[in-house]
Design a binder for this molecule. Sequence first.
Ligand code: SAH
Length: 466
Amino acid sequence: MLLTITYAGRNTTNLGYLLYKNPYRPQVFELSYGKAYVFYTEVSDERTTAALLLDIDPLDLARGKVGASGGGLFDYVNDRPYVASSFLSTAIAKVFGTAMTGRADAHQALSDTPLDLTATVTMLPCRGEQEKLKSVFEPLGYETSYESFVSDEKFQSWGESKYVNLTICGRVRLRDLLRHLYVLIPVFDRQKHYWVGADEVDKLLRISEDWLPDHPEKAYITGRYLNRRRALVNQAYERLSAANAVDGEVLPAEPEKPEETPDKKLNLNAKRLGSVVAALKSCNAKQVIDIGCGEGNLLRQLLSEGQFTKIAGVDVSHVALERAAEKLKLNRAGDSLRERIQLFQGSLTYRDSRFAGYDAACVIEVVEHLDASRLSAFERVLFEFAKPPVVVLTTPNKEYNVNYGLVDDDEFRHGDHRFEWSRAEFRHWASQTAEKFGYSVLFSEIGDVDETYGAPTQMGVFTLCE
Ligand code: SAH
């Protein structure tokens, strides 16, 4: 991901003083999730451009080093290393922290002066909200333009890509430009890489005190920045309105809902694994294949139970498999463990003879990562060709999402989800698939059950009819 900042005018090499970065010396910064490089792509009296390039290491992401949200699990196959996101905001704060405060020692006067600045942000996720780019950036004094792309020239029907290259151009102080980008990049990206807690409200209000209270899109910006967490959004909005003496605009209060804390998430993962293992035991499976095994949490549990004599883990992502091998300490394993477990790369959407010969196959929180158009291929690969006597499959229950503050139909629990099913949709798909391939299916719910919306996770256990 790349951010460039261009200063046009006279003596523009002074940008180096404001950013505290020497135009003639490229620099590298180590971050917990990768490296940030700062260098200048042009340096002259009339025009100087500084670039911040962020190189995120997907393995570091997967190790869950970053943030407490436990998001590591899903960080294998996704756009995170390539797009402008909250990672870029964190890097801006880390690398240009002093410039963000506006302190510039000998160049204070320049720092306090609005300059002709242009910023470009490459690959900003926008998801069909291109018109919002203008309504968000223009009131802050920027001319706003963007370059959009088709998803794939060979497949026009896939339509427009959700990413744009954004350019904003205005006469502003450098600190304001940096603060605007810091807040607004994650507003468009929507996925924060860290847990959004109550301190985020203070951070937002502090960093945007000069411009957010009067911004016509303040509700949108606040809602998005705080990941639509209703209680926090209301708190921020009330404080903003109070600061600005505007009444009557507070979002309608909702009854406090239990929040999805990292602890709760871990708890749900544990419950899910418990339910899967119980299902495997109740059908007396001994040889089990876990397809889409991720970093191997289920595999670890299976290894700890003697009844599972042959275990395989498959994933399409080799990074996930490396992580699984690391977590299971396979490089230090003795012969008997090595004989019991095998990991290999493969995809659920391609017929693969290595998937056959197991008593049960597990597909845990994976189907929702497949494009809907590939579901029929997946059904045949699993139920027609691999054809295990038992399939244990889990997937999120979309209805429950309101409890996570996700209210729009196209908002999913994770950025890589291609769809999420309601209980009726899942049951419909599963029953049809079972019938088509000669299986029966039983459903259950996993996690705390909401009276109206059901439980967060739904499970189907398919059994091959004799
Ligand atoms: N089952 C694991 C991981 C779930 S995350 C658990 O519950 O902890 C989803 C996993 O599915 C990721 O590891 C991803 O790499 C994998 N995946 C996505 N598409 C896949 C495909 N077509 N074939 C196999 N695995 C896939």
